[in-house]
Design a protein around this ligand. Structure first.
Ligand code: FAD
Length: 300
């Protein structure tokens, strides 16, 4: 969609309706949603973005630059290209201009993923009500190869696939838990309140919500949930989210990868060890292992 004129319409009220100086385009190309399927039953869909319109040839990064120039003044325009300015903001954690961009997603995910996701408090959320409506018959089941063994180094996570026999037993257990669904339906039909009946469903059941968040906090979410320490299932959604926002804010996403996702934080102890060529000054085994992993990445 292109809005070409540059005029101020008199409307009879005291509102001055200013047309854009340059032709504008719909950043979602007129689509009602951009959707990425996740696992067998889930999806993440972008349903709106603010700004939805940007000057032709630009992206939603333009809204960040526009806001930043309020603080840095017009002078910035001469010394700094838009991409350079966005990269400067991310590098120096000048984050409020990033809050000028917002995304609205529609997501269908298993309850156990939603439990982790909801911890990100800076978003606006509206969720499917299992008090009001019957829960749809959708359950998450990993593929056989994706049944992970409990990690020996990370008490919170799984890592390699477990042997096929044990994986099959686990999938059988999930199937039996899903079988509760038929009884859940029957008992709600007999009058048991939906708000109580749902207690019989496992956390592999799906829920849905609309999730609206600004770019700054979306990137915070992504840095935690695309990280290899996050549970694989939420990582799959986070990667879908990143793919959806990349075409809308390409400069911000590039800077995020360069300065955050693929960057590295060094502690004072680590810097001293590298400078002095001495072992890291801690007896904490986990800290030592983390430092070894960083040194490996640095080729040291
Ligand atoms: C790998 C991993 C493991 C985890 N394990 C556990 C666990 O075992 N148990 C558990 O309970 N949680 C766990 N969490 C959740 C984690 O502790 C955070 O709650 C979650 O990642 C959300 O982070 P956040 O608070 O920074 O995000 P948000 O809530 O989105 O907040 C973003 C930022 O806004 C600010 N902010 C938001 N709300 C407030 C507030 N009320 N007051 C002050 N500042 C605020 C903070 O600076 C915050 O960092 C885990 C998370 C990860 C990624």
């Amino acid at each position: 969609m292109v809005v070409p004129t540059n005029s101020v319409a008199q409307t009879g009220s005291n509102i001055r309706r200013v047309q854009p100086e340059t032709p504008m385009r719909d950043l979602m190309d007129g689509c009602s949603r951009w959707e990425i399927p996740v696992h067998q039953h889930g999806f993440i869909a972008l349903v709106d973005v603010m700004p939805r319109l940007a000057p032709v040839g630009q992206t939603a990064d333009a809204a960040i630059v526009q806001a930043a120039r309020v603080s840095y003044g017009d002078g910035t325009k001469q010394v700094s290209e838009d991409r350079t300015l966005v990269r400067y903001l991310l590098r120096h954690r000048h984050t409020t201009p990033l809050e000028m961009v917002e995304f609205k997603f529609h997501v269908a995910m298993p309850m156990f993923v939603a439990r982790q996701w909801i911890r990100h408090r800076t978003a606006n959320v509206n969720e499917y009500s299992a008090r009001y409506s019957i829960v749809p018959d959708r359950f998450y089941r990993p593929s056989l190869e994706n049944v992970r063994k409990q990690s020996s180094v990370n008490r919170q996570g799984g890592d390699e696939p477990i042997d096929a026999g044990t994986a099959e037993s686990f999938l059988g257990l999930l199937e039996r838990a899903e079988a509760n669904y038929q009884e859940y339906l029957q008992l709600t039909e007999k009058g048991v309140a939906r708000e109580l009946a749902r207690a019989a469903l496992p956390v592999s059941v799906y829920t849905e919500w609309y999730w609206k968040c600004d770019l700054h906090n979306t990137l915070r979410f992504l840095s935690l949930r695309m990280d290899s320490h996050a549970q694989q299932e939420i990582q799959d959604y986070a990667r879908g989210m990143f793919d959806l926002i990349k075409p809308l804010v390409p400069n911000s996403c590039e800077a995020f990868q360069d300065y955050e996702m693929e960057a590295m934080h060094l502690t004072r102890l680590e810097i001293e060890s590298i400078k002095n060529g001495a072992p890291i000054n801690t007896t904490n085994k986990r800290e030592q292992a983390e430092f070894e992993a960083k040194k490996k990445r640095l080729g040291l």
